[in-house]
Design a protein around this ligand. Structure first.
Ligand code: PLP
Length: 244
């Protein structure tokens, strides 16, 4: 496929997703302007990432900082482009994120927050972060457990510590619930994250809880109905991943 047709193709798919975002927002009386589409370009080659940028996307989601920093020098990047880290971040890679990314959606521990804060200090940068919650209580998933009262107590203690770190700004919550073929089955998890956010808003009114990142290619419209302000869509826009 030629360069232009690849980017045209991706543009059409972004438009289609954007239309579904607008319809979902309208269904529940929300403003579609409050929902940001994150185009997930992890495991996509440079040509595809460039085509996504050329198609007009300005918020890109990536999972592996080394992969992203390898791609960056080969890309023609507008100043307004924002890189969002959305996958589990190993703390030894937090320097790469501090230097090259604009947003960490997948902050999942206090120790990572502290490391990242130090690297941001050195880089003279600040970063918006979302706290990832393991709403499905899955062993294999990262994020704070938020089910039992002891889990919630330690989550609250970590929030207090993170909120004091000078270079991080908490903006809200993120989740990656179990994957279902039927998007409706994800709804209770999205609802759970929103309710937790509402509790945090009540308990920490001085912090910003405006962002809720939830929903992927299969279930982003359901996530919007439950309050998502970021949806993270990969395969529905760029097709299957090329490597993992
Ligand atoms: C890969 C990934 C996505 C995108 O998933 P698709 O099914 O390709 O839309 C969203 N969020 C996270 C955290 C991911 O790792």
């Amino acid at each position: 496929m030629g360069k232009m047709s690849l980017s045209n193709d991706i543009h059409a798919r972004i438009q289609a997703v954007q239309e579904k975002i607008e319809k979902a927002a309208a269904r529940c009386g929300r403003d579609a302007g409050d929902v940001t589409l994150v185009v997930v370009t992890k495991a996509q080659p440079v040509e595809v990432v460039q085509a996504v940028i050329d198609a007009g996307a300005r918020v890109l989601g990536e999972n592996y900082p080394e992969e992203t920093t390898e791609k960056i020098p080969h890309l023609n990047i507008p100043e307004t482009l924002s890189w969002h880290m959305i996958g589990h971040l190993q703390s030894r890679k937090s320097k790469l994120v501090a230097e090259h990314f604009h947003y960490l959606q997948s902050l999942d521990s206090l120790s990572l927050a502290r490391k990242l804060d130090r690297h941001l200090e050195e880089a003279g940068r600040k970063m918006d972060v979302l706290l990832e919650c393991n709403v499905g209580e899955e062993e294999t998933k990262h994020g704070w457990g938020v089910s039992s009262s002891s889990e919630l107590n330690s989550f609250y203690a970590d929030i207090e510590a993170i909120s004091k770190l000078p270079n991080l700004r908490i903006r809200g919550l993120m989740c990656m619930p179990p994957l279902f073929e039927d998007a409706e089955l994800a709804r209770p998890y999205f609802l759970r994250l929103r309710r937790l956010r509402d509790d945090l808003r009540r308990d920490y009114p001085m912090l910003d809880w405006s962002a809720l990142s939830m929903g992927t290619s299969v279930d982003y419209t359901v996530a919007i109905e439950e309050g998502a302000t970021f949806v993270r869509v990969g395969t529905a826009i760029v097709g299957p991943r090329h490597y993992s």
